[in-house]
Write a protein that binds this ligand. Sequence first.
Ligand code: BV8
Length: 230
Amino acid sequence: MAPPKIVILTGAGISRESGLHTFRDPDGIWARHRIEEVATPEAFARNPALVQGFYNARRAQLRDPAIRPNAAHDALAELDASWPEGRFLLVTQNVDDLHDRAGSRRLLHMHGELAKARCLRCAAISPAPGDLTPESACPECGGTGTLRPHVVWFGEMPIGMERIEAALAECDLFVSIGTSGAVYPAAGFVREVRHRADTLELNLEPSEGSHLFDEARHGPATQLVPAFVR
Ligand code: BV8
């Protein structure tokens, strides 16, 4: 019996115990900022300085030595390292780099990466040089003031959807960790697989889609995820 093909989806909840805010919890990011003002292409066109400032502040947090992968990130990196080729994919909605720093390899950031910038002029993706400002220059084409956060805003196409859909189409086990199930298309993945794969939710509390899972375990990710992996 071959080991199951696993697809794991993570959201902001897996990074909460590392000190990064989630979005929809009472102390979350959307309690202090309006999506329409900071996380859409229209917002960026209307007020680039406000949007760049929003992402520069979040990117600066990633450079804080106190913000580092927690036991949940580490457990998923261990699972990735131990699981056979072609039978594992970690899809994260998170734009932080904690899965990367924990050592996850088969990892796909479907909403982009805070630590990277994308050039509006040549489309090159490069490490973001700290804060993005009108003076920031693209390392590829040399354009200045052409760099935006390499992050998927609302209304933009998520990254890697073909690879994600291919993995979902053949997975035997789908595990959703630390996500409210509020944002599509990620929130719809469980519906795509539940008729033929086992589905498990690991979350602090029931998400909007909890009822769609075969099993839901509730508690902090740093307890639930290592217990699931080991
Ligand atoms: C798109 C990057 C189409 C920016 C983000 C139906 C189908 C398709 C689209 C839509 C649709 N209906 C509506 C849409 C549009 C929209 C959408 O879903 N809107 C919602 C609000 C209704 N979707 C889009 O626009 C997407 N694009 O569909 O494009 C398309 C097609 C063709 C051509 C062009 C376009 C793009 C969505 C991506 C937007 N970008 N982020 C940034 O980060 O600033 S979304 C944002 O929400 C983050 O990425 C975040 O990851 C994501 C989901 O939030 P969560 O991660 O779940 O975080 P949240 O706070 O909500 O929940 C945290 C959970 O953790 C909670 O349940 C909590 O209980 C739990 N928790 C807390 N602590 C812990 C914990 N769990 C465990 N342990 C703990 N300690």
